[in-house]
Ligand binder design. Sequence first.
Ligand code: APR
Ligand code: ZN
Length: 365
Amino acid sequence: MKAAVLYQANQPLEVGEVELDPPRRGEVLVRIAAAGICRSDYHYMKGEARMELPAVLGHEGSAVVEAVGEGVTRVRPGDHVILSFAPHCGQCFYCLRGRGNLCEVSMVQTGGKMFDGTTRLHLGSTRITHMGKVACFAEQAVVPETGCIPIPRELPLDSAALIGCCVTTGVGAVINTARIEPGSTVAVVGCGGVGVNVIQGAHLSNAARIIAVDPLEGKLEFAMKFGATDSVNPTSADPVAAVKALTGGRGVDYAFEVFGSSETVRVAFDMTRRGGTTVVVGLAPLGDAAPIDASALVRQEKTLKGSYYGSSVPAVDMLRMVQMYRAGVLKIDDQVTRRYSLDQINRAYADLERGEPGRGVITFG
Ligand code: APR
Ligand code: ZN
């Protein structure tokens, strides 16, 4: 089957034939329907995040089940599913505490391999790793059973793909990680695919003020369609001063960092009011340390916290997203602004880098 393979950082993805072995116990073979163009894959392409290479990237996807391995009970052939890039083992320290998104067997011990420590992807004798155990920049994938979230068949599969990362990550950061109160003031630093969903999460949580911060005017305009009430362009004004000016000189109750850099983490922290909360969603390059004012942390009693996959329980939260989408509370179709074939994947990433508003999606067949 055809897949986009990263052989080396800072080289284009190579689209070509790779081998995919059948699903083993607890695994599922799926045919990918749609895969979103997220910056997390790009971090690996640029060498800002590392995993064993070669790898098939792609972690935001929807699919149709083709076959199941031994012992699989959650899905059957023909089911439509959203893929979760944080499949959980169910038995580790974190899983037992209901924090499957932090599963240590999945993330620490096996990473881009299946739960048994091997890969299903290979090219001859060269093993190929699976990003997030999902690897959906490919026609097919073998994924752990807990990485498959079954959804109703009526759901359009390209919108469903977005629930696999940007929607759940963004909305979850607001409703699970921060749990903002109605009437809150919110700033969102970075209004790309994930940031737009932080904005939506704040909007559906009845935030009073949602300030979009992004250097690209097109992104700021796009953000207004999803609930932003104000916008700040950091290339024309100091974003911290501008956000304070919009909030009576105090700063916001909640600032979300959704780009991934030490500088934007600092900016988000500095624009948070006394007693407020900064939530970091973006993945900064490996080893990057943010300059946090340590005495302000104490004297101003700020809270600084990370949010991974929207602090979600995918099997619960993704279905919540589905419900909100069907109820018209969550806009997903309008987020998809570009469609590509798998062969066009490098162009899709060039468009992300250039800063086209909205999400790009690879569609198959
Ligand atoms: N200040 C504010 N926004 C910025 C800045 C800055 N200094 N620099 C870049 N941005 C904006 C970009 O213009 C873009 O709109 O950040 C946004 C990032 O959006 P995308 O490229 O669409 O990335 P996305 O897929 O949303 O991922 C964002 O979340 O899950 C993580 O790994 C992911 O770190 C990444 C982050
Ligand atoms: Zn993602």
